[in-house]
Each structure stands twice: as C-alpha cells, then as structure tokens.
Design a protein around this ligand. Structure first.
Ligand SMILES: [Zn+2]
Length: 485
C-alpha cells in the first residue's frame, strides 16, 4: 500500500487545499519525473529504499546541542507551503520520511513555537503530539528498531517568527523566517532556524532530500533550494515546485516569496540556472547575477565539476548565503566576489558539509580562500597581499572570538573562522606547490560528495592523499590562541 503523502489533507480551515501533486500534468520544459514515495507495508514498517540518497549518520552538536536529535535520520522532506502576504500567514503540510538511527519510541523535531499544529499523523494514523518551546515531540504508535522507518505528517499554520541566535554578529542575530514590506518573506538560517518555517531535524549531520511546493498569490513567486521544476496556476494562486535530488543540510534550505521576475541562463555543461529578482532591482542586480555562469566555469577549472544539477540566485532582502543550488544575496552582498564566495561553498559546505558546527572552518576557510583568489585574478591585488592583510587582524580575532577551531559559541561566523583557516590553506599551498594543492582540493571534494566531514577526517585524508603529514600545522592554525608564525 502506498502512503498518500502530501495528499493527506489537513483539517484546519486556515490551511490551503493541498496542491495537486500526483495529478498535475508535467510542464512543457520538464519531463515528468516520477516522485518516489515511501511505501508502508505495515505500521512501523516503511520501505525507505526510494530515499537512500538521504541517509545520514546524525550526531549531537557540541556547540548548539538544543537543535537536532541524533536518534533520527530524516531521509526526505515533502513540504507543501502556502504564503499569504496580506495576512502574513504561512500554512504547510510537512511530510517527513525518516529512519530510526537507534531504537526509538518517539520522534523529537525542532519546530517554531509561533506556528500552530493542526494535525499530526504517523503512517497515516492521527497522533497527539506535544509541544515544549521549539520542540515538537511525536509519540510513535509502535516503537522503531534502528533502521526502521516512519512517515510523519505535520499540518500547521501561523505567523512565523525568526529566532534569536544569541550571536554577536549583527547580520545573523535573528535567524529563520523574516517578513518585510508588503508581506514579502524570506528564510535563511545558519547555524539553525529552519524550524521557524517547517518541522525539521535541524542539524547539518542529518542531510535529506527535498520536494518543496510554495503556493503564493498570482504575480508572486515562491523560491526554494534545489532545482526549479515549474509552476502551475489555479484560481488566483500559483504553485512553484522545487526538488533536491542531492542531500541538503537544513541550514542550506531557503524560502523566498516576493514579486520576483525569473530569468533563465545556462551554466557550464548546460547546467540550468535561474535568477529571481524584484522588478525594481533588475537594472542593478541582473548584470551581477548574469556573471554566475562564468564564475561557475572559473570555479570548475580550479575545483572540478560543479556538484549539482542546477544553480540559481535569489535576490532576498538581506544577508548572503550559500543556500543549496540557489544562493541568496541581499542588496549589500550583490557583488561578483560574493557570488564567487557563495558558489565556492557549493564545493565546500554544500556537497562536503561539516558534520558539526565545530568545523565551520571547513566551509569558510575554503570559500574565503577561493574568494580571494577570484578577487586577485579579476579585480585587484595579489593573494600574498590579501594574506598579509588578514594576518594583521588574525591575532585580534582569535582573542575576541576564540581560535577558528574552538570559537566561542556566541561568536558564530565571526571573521576568525574565515581568515585563520584561509592563511592555513595558503601555508599548505606553499608547501605543496600550486599543482598538487589544487589537485588536492579537487580530490577532496570529488571523493567526498554528499557527505559530512570533520577535522579528523580531513587531516587523515590529506596525509593519505599527499603523503605529507599536516596534522601539526592544521591543529596549530585551528587551535592556537595567537597567530602561528
Ligand atoms: Zn561563506
């Protein structure tokens, strides 16, 4: 028997009718792709094989342990969302196909307290869930052994609110769902905060596949991570569909609803690219967006093939974020060097993801180093100048925010995790020479696509790959309270 996934209707009057998923005719541009569905054979026995690519080995976070639960591994999220800009309400049906990572009798998800739960089902059986703060606990009708699966459906609605990240960095003080002028909305979140708009195991060690449908009023667009699969219109609303066939960490998801115009482009090797920009911003922002294909080609020459089947840029109202297959840039960040930085993350962060937030340097050190490289080759300065400049501030940053591999938990994303690790990479490059260094970067990514990694695995791998032991150099650069000589 097949579980009716998003067709499991919500009963709340505020909820929109679930958009037609299985009966919708395929749009012209898109071949009809079969949506895999988890099948239930008996209660507690769910065939997970359709979502094998979404399997992870979740762990608890050493810095932000309140988010994520290592006892579950979500393989797939099916999110049917509707945004009403006038009322500023979000309603959704989230269908999570998950695996027990160890024996469990309940599923704990991160879910924002601002949103009201209308109904919860497990394998199509209605369940009474409990809320506490930003936790949603769903008791299972039958306990699961490790590796057994369940399909959890949560119907909800409300006015989403961002979460206070407890951070010193101003542009990430509030994370998750934001609403702006006229009801335009966007959600970006690192290190956590996806739970402000859907129920989620909000930790990078639990990556999952996604199907997202966003219903908005006519004339609006709904943008998410993944590949754009087209839109359908019904009455006075349009539904935009997005699919991720490569696993996504929750911090790399994105939601944006606005009066965007969509532009198509073509990346290297025919990769489809879309840009989503508000009409008034087009003259200034579209020319920057149009640089993406050439920046992708430049990155491919350094790092090997772009690791996803599509790319895009959504011009949100703030921040710059490497959201997967759809980078999000606010007006202050709309610059080619930032596009290069966020796209570099698709190799360092998106396809090879840090297992916990302790190793944020695995993202930012590499992206910073590639950004400097891009700047030196296309704008001004030399790599050696940049390294000399950031060396001058590295000591102060270590003092204020902690060493890059041991930063303070209230200092997430401070420049210390960008600069010190970029200098460390430059030191490794000087020892290996250009040819071996870039071959090493390419091999690291291509051998670890769609995995999560940490310092130990990087240090071990680089020793095996290069035949040189950089353990001491890496540990010193990541842990020293002062700038290494
Ligand atoms: Zn970055």
């Amino acid at each position: 028997m097949t579980v009716a996934l998003v067709l499991t209707a919500c009963s709340a009057p505020e909820s929109p009718p679930a958009p037609p998923v299985t009966k919708q005719p395929a749009t012209k541009q898109q071949p009809a792709t079969k949506r895999p569905q988890a099948a239930t054979a008996a209660p507690g026995r769910v065939d997970l094989s359709a979502y094998d690519a979404g399997r992870s080995r979740p762990v608890a976070d050493p810095l932000y342990p309140a988010y994520g639960d290592p006892s579950i591994d979500v393989l797939h999220y099916d999110l049917a969302l509707a945004w009403k800009p006038g009322a500023r309400t979000l309603s959704g049906t989230a269908t999570l196909t998950l695996r027990a990572a160890r024996p469990i009798s309940r599923v704990r998800l991160d879910f924002g307290r601002a949103l009201k739960v209308d109904a919860v089902k497990v394998n199509d059986v209605t369940i009474e869930a409990t809320r506490k703060g930003d936790d949603l606990t769903v008791p299972l009708p039958e306990a699961l052994e490790a590796d057994e699966g369940a399909v959890v459906t949560v119907c909800y609605h409300g006015r989403p609110k961002p979460v206070d990240a407890g951070q010193r960095r101003e542009d990430i003080s509030m994370l998750g769902f934001h609403v702006g002028e006229g009801g335009r909305a966007w959600a970006l979140q690192e290190p956590f905060g996806a739970f402000t708009w859907f129920p989620v195991n909000d930790h990078p060690s639990d990556e999952a596949l996604y199907d997202v449908a966003i219903t908005v009023p006519e004339g609006w667009s709904g943008v998410a991570h993944g590949t754009y699969e087209g839109k359908t219109s019904a009455g006075r609303t349009s539904t935009f569909r997005w699919r991720s066939t490569d696993p996504v960490a929750s911090y790399l998801t994105v939601f944006a609803a606005d009066r965007f115009r969509m532009y198509r482009d073509e990346g290297p090797r025919g990769i489809p690219v879309t840009y989503w920009i508000r009409p008034g911003d087009v003259p200034r922002q579209l020319p920057v967006a149009r640089r993406m294909p050439s920046i992708m080609r430049w990155l491919e020459r350094k790092l090997g093939p772009y690791p996803f089947p599509s790319a895009g840029l959504v011009a949100t109202s703030d921040s710059g974020m490497e959201t997967q297959q759809m980078i999000a840039l606010g007006p202050l960040y709309m610059r080619p060097s930032v596009v290069a930085h966020e796209l570099a993350h698709h190799w360092f962060g998106d396809t090879v993801t840090p297992r916990t937030w302790r190793d944020l340097w695995l993202n930012e050190g590499f992206a910073m180093y590639l950004e400097m490289q891009w700047y030196a080759e296309h704008e001004d300065g030399t790599i050696d100048d940049f390294i000399a400049n950031i060396r001058r501030v590295d000591g102060r940053l270590r003092q204020e925010a902690g060493p890059p591999g041991r930063y303070r938990r209230d200092s997430f994303g401070i420049s210390n995790v960008y600069y010190g690790p970029a200098i460390m990479l430059h030191e490794i490059r000087k020892r290996l020479g250009d040819r071996k260094f870039f071959a090493m970067l390419r091999a690291w990514v291509q051998e670890h696509r769609n995995t999560t990694q940490d310092r130990a695995s990087f240090t071990k791998w680089i020793k095996e790959h290069t035949g040189r032991d950089f353990t001491e150099l890496i540990d010193t650069w990541l842990d020293s309270p002062t700038t290494p000589r």
